[in-house]
Write a new protein. Structure first.
Length: 345
């Protein structure tokens, strides 16, 4: 089998790239080991409004759980900081499969329950996770869209090495919320806690820097107690999830015929952990560079759009996060809602 491009990973990054390539007439194969794209959901599911402006057809009625207006930050020193943050809390399973459906409707082929094993003499080796049968596929380009623990990144040189560990419960809200809630706490080191509303429920989670040696589940349990006792959510766990968030910024996204998009390329924000919109954007940019016959250009275009903001955040993470004993000093320097974050240092 020979394709113009094989896309490893049917998340928002890979699916967007496949859709952009397929609609320009490229022969594309999408591969994912999941049974269905987007399931299980491992995400707090917020995306900014701008994503809908840029990609309106990615949004169908059921892909949005609710609209939100602002991000409200609760600091340990009692200050509450509100930042406008219009956008949506998604149903990620529906959102992700919508983009895959669009790609398939444009002619992309898809192989689910298929694991990308590696490369062999220029071939891509794929394995059916049920039968263990392998197939070799040839492709002019390989899109590594295989998420934070990208095998594609590892097999082509430099993998992501720095992560936030996350854990999340879905819990019933006691009263509906119109905003995203963010909590900075000493027991959530190197990260933060969040309550992101989805109608009468909320994603309640924490992300911690594993370097502090804190067990992420213990941190989540303490956060659950705090948001339960403060009357935000009822003391009931509807479902659980979690996962890894890349925290070091972009990692050489253009590697010859292999282009890394989304989390695989480190395009997740190293402090906020937001990566859905960046995955979609880099998926588009990678496709564009292939269509224009200049794949090297992807390294530059992705860095032009995202490099400055992501490397600034990565730099701040390295510089300040070790000072977690002094939250009043580091939070304003490391979080986007504070003026100090935007000052050069
Ligand atoms: C708990 C949590 C909360 C988050 N909250 C937010 C949020 O609110 N807003 C936001 O913008 N971002 C959030 N993020 C980050 C966001 O989820 C990612 O940035 C986004 O999913 C990246 O998309 P992607 O397409 O690059 O990768 P993914 O969505 O991770 O997709 C990668 C795909 O590759 C497949 N895959 C991996 N390896 C292989 C292989 N070897 N063979 C075949 N298939 C493979 C996987 O099955 C998966 O489907 C959160 C992350 C976590 C963990």
């Amino acid at each position: 089998m020979k394709f113009d491009a094989v896309v490893i990973g049917a998340g928002p990054g890979g699916a967007t790239c496949a859709w952009e390539l397929a609609r320009k007439g490229a022969k594309v194969l999408i591969v994912d080991f999941k049974r269905r794209p987007g399931i299980p959901v491992q995400c707090a599911e917020f995306v900014p409004l701008q994503l809908k402006h840029r990609y309106p057809h990615f949004f169908i009625q059921d892909s949005v759980a609710q609209e939100v207006e602002s991000m409200v930050h609760f600091t340990p020193w009692g200050e509450v900081v509100t930042m406008p943050s219009p956008g949506f809390v998604l149903n990620r399973d529906i959102f992700d499969s919508r983009i895959v459906d669009l790609a398939v409707s444009q002619g992309a082929e898809i192989m689910l329950r298929t694991f990308f094993r590696g490369f062999d003499n220029g071939n891509v080796i794929l394995e059916n996770v049920l039968t263990r049968e392998t197939v070799k596929v040839r492709a002019d380009f390989i899109i590594g869209a295989d998420g934070p623990r990208s095998r594609t990144a590892r097999l082509t040189g430099y993998p992501i090495r720095s992560f936030l560990a996350t854990a999340q419960f879905m819990m019933p809200l006691l009263a509906k919320l119109k905003d995203l809630l963010i909590f900075f706490r000493d027991y959530i080191p190197g990260g933060y806690g969040w309550v992101f509303p989805k109608g009468d429920k909320a994603n309640v989670g924490v992300g911690v820097d594993p370097e502090f040696g804190v067990n992420v589940m213990n941190s989540l349990k303490r956060f659950k107690e705090e948001v339960t006792s403060s009357g935000i959510v009822a003391n009931q766990i509807i479902s659980r999830t979690g996962g890894w968030i890349p925290a070091e910024g972009p990692v050489e996204p253009s590697r010859g015929k292999v282009l890394l998009v989304g989390d695989a390329g480190g395009f997740c924000h190293p402090i906020t952990g937001g990566g859905i919109a960046n995955a979609v954007l880099t998926g588009s940019l990678a496709a564009q560079s292939i269509i224009e016959g200049d794949p090297e250009e992807y390294g530059e275009s992705s860095m032009d759009f995202l490099g400055e903001s992501l490397t600034r955040a990565a730099r701040k993470r390295i510089k300040y996060m070790k000072r977690w004993d002094d939250l009043e000093f580091i939070i304003p320097k490391t979080w986007i809602a504070f003026e100090e974050y935007w000052k050069e240092d």
